[in-house]
Design a protein around this ligand. Structure first.
Ligand SMILES: Nc1ncnc2c1ncn2[C@@H]1O[C@H](COP(=O)(O)OP(=O)(O)OP(=O)(O)O)[C@@H](O)[C@H]1O
Ligand SMILES: [Mg+2]
Length: 484
């Protein structure tokens, strides 16, 4: 291989037919005299457009052969060389880092010598070691092309904002389960908003037996084993639910506050008393109507109960996970859109409450298709406020445009599965931690279950890995009609 051209942080390398390189491979461009080397990643392999080769190709087309009579005369035996040149390729690479004295820097300001430089493949294990990706809390993501393992450090997910995205059925939820169980094993608390009921049997092996996580996974299904009593609610959490999930206007919210306080004073915070109080409250008819309609939504959701013995104390579940780690799965499968928002509002309100009072250290939140239940203002909150409270979110979606642009810009890690649609690729390219060329060229060719890891987890060296299998009972598969 020979260095051919450098433009900004793109390098072009000439490669001959016996040197096979593929997209995603890493190469080391060493300049012995400068005692430095560039680490570059192949983002495209093209034919080398050499003047004369075009002519030679035309000449060797079948028609040309038929028209020309006589024997081929090649006394200097250059024909094999010409074929060799015809097959030469131009490798387009992106500069990722400079190595100098075994330490990495992200500069690409120097120019390696064209005549002296040697170019060779940089095996992934060497790169992983050089970049120190593994760390103290290893999580094996899967295998890479040259059959080494891609192991990331759980701390690179700590305090971070992550996105898992890709086309349908490429393995996003699978990866999120893998991350979850590994975080749990390092004693982290994980909360999942499970839209399709896919995480319910994470505690089971493929053949239905209990696995090692069984005791650490707590599934809460709203209005079944997850109900709350008004008595345990903080007024501001309930107001949050009324205003954001049920769109209660401000004036009515103020009136609600008075009703609540008066009930609390008399120690009769029950649904029934609340209904009575709204009915008899001295206020504008419109306000009363507004309050009543929300009251009925609360009652109909089935998420509230007056029976304190039946009520779920979500704190207890969260505290259980404090010592040994664990996951709270909020099963939103059969919950209607409004009720979903109510539940999510409650859980997030509660988490913020527990985190601000330091009853919990931090939690990892996994949110599948969050646009279906996360209210407008939470998106900004999650990248700013929530993160400081200690809620570290991973968004999982197959529609990348449902995630706000600022989330992409702030995301620390992106796990990208296959995308072919231009629009989807465009959206993902907005992420600050990747460049559009890498996303476009590599994500388009990823087979199912292969993921391109980008960002802090791989120290900004984009790496493709086949996500490893998990022995848990999978759910959430598409229901089929034509299946034995
Ligand atoms: N790395 C893997 N090894 C083995 N099986 C996998 C792997 N990744 C995914 N699968 C399987 O492939 C199927 C689809 O995976 P998954 O549900 O994770 O896809 P998805 O991208 O979340 O799909 P959707 O867009 O429908 O949510 C599942 O049955 C899952 O068990
Ligand atoms: Mg999924």
């Amino acid at each position: 291989m020979k260095l051919y051209k450098k433009e900004g942080n793109i390098i072009h390398i000439l490669s001959f037919p016996n040197e096979t390189v593929e997209k995603g491979d890493y190469l080391l461009v060493e300049d012995s005299e400068a005692a430095k080397a560039l680490i570059v990643q192949v983002i495209d392999v093209q034919f080398a457009n050499i003047p004369g080769v075009f002519e030679e190709l035309l000449r060797s087309m079948p028609d040309g052969g038929e028209l020309m009579q006589g024997e081929d005369f090649d006394p200097l035996e250059i024909a094999p060389h010409i074929t060799y040149i015809q097959d030469a390729s131009l490798v387009v690479c992106k500069i990722r880092a400079t190595v100098e004295n075994d330490s990495l820097s992200s500069t690409s300001s120097w120019l390696p010598s064209r005549s002296r430089s040697t170019i060779k493949k940089l095996p992934l294990p060497a790169l992983l070691k050089l970049a120190n990706i593994e760390g103290k809390l290893p999580i094996v993501l899967g295998g890479t092309k040259d059959s080494s393992l891609l192991t990331i450090d759980a701390s690179s997910l700590d305090g971070r904002l992550n996105i898992i995205t890709g086309k349908k059925e490429t393995g996003k939820s699978h990866l999120s389960k893998l991350l979850m169980v590994n975080l749990m094993q390092y004693k982290a608390t994980v909360v999942v908003f499970d839209l399709n009921g896919e995480y319910l049997s994470l505690g089971m092996t493929g053949d239905g037996k209990r696995n090692g996580y069984y005791d650490k996974i707590h599934v809460l299904t709203p209005s079944q084993n997850f109900k709350i009593a008004l008595k345990q609610l903080n007024l501001h959490v309930l107001l949050g639910m009324l205003i954001h999930a049920l769109h209660l206007p401000g004036t009515s919210a103020r009136e609600f506050r008075r009703i609540w306080l008066s009930l609390k004073e008399r120690d009769c915070l029950t649904l029934q008393e609340l209904g009575e109080a709204i009915r008899n409250w001295q206020c504008n008819q419109h306000v009363r109507d507004a309050l009543f309609s929300r009251y009925h939504s609360l009652v109909n959701s089935g998420f509230f109960t007056d029976n304190v013995a039946e009520a779920t104390v979500i704190e207890e579940f969260l505290f259980k996970t404090r010592e040994q780690g664990g996951a709270i799965v909020i099963n939103l499968r059969n919950t209607s859109a409004t009720d979903r928002q109510l539940v999510v509002e409650y859980v997030l309100g509660k988490l913020v409450e527990l985190l601000t009072s330091w009853k919990l250290k931090a939690i990892f939140l996994f949110a599948e298709e969050a646009h279906l239940y996360l209210r407008e203002t939470y998106w900004d909150d999650i990248v700013t406020r929530m993160r400081h409270f200690g809620i570290f979110t991973t968004f999982i979606t197959n529609q990348p445009d449902t995630i706000r642009e600022n989330i992409y810009r702030q995301a620390d890690n992106i796990f990208l599965f296959n995308f072919t649609n231009e629009h989807d690729l465009d959206v993902v390219s907005r992420a600050a931690r990747v460049d559009a060329e890498t996303v476009r060229s590599i994500a388009r060719d990823l087979p199912p279950h292969y993921c391109l890891a980008l960002g802090k987890v791989v120290r900004d060296f984009p790496i493709v890995a086949k996500v490893k299998a998990l022995d848990v009972k999978t759910m959430g598969e598409t229901r089929l009609f034509f299946k034995d």
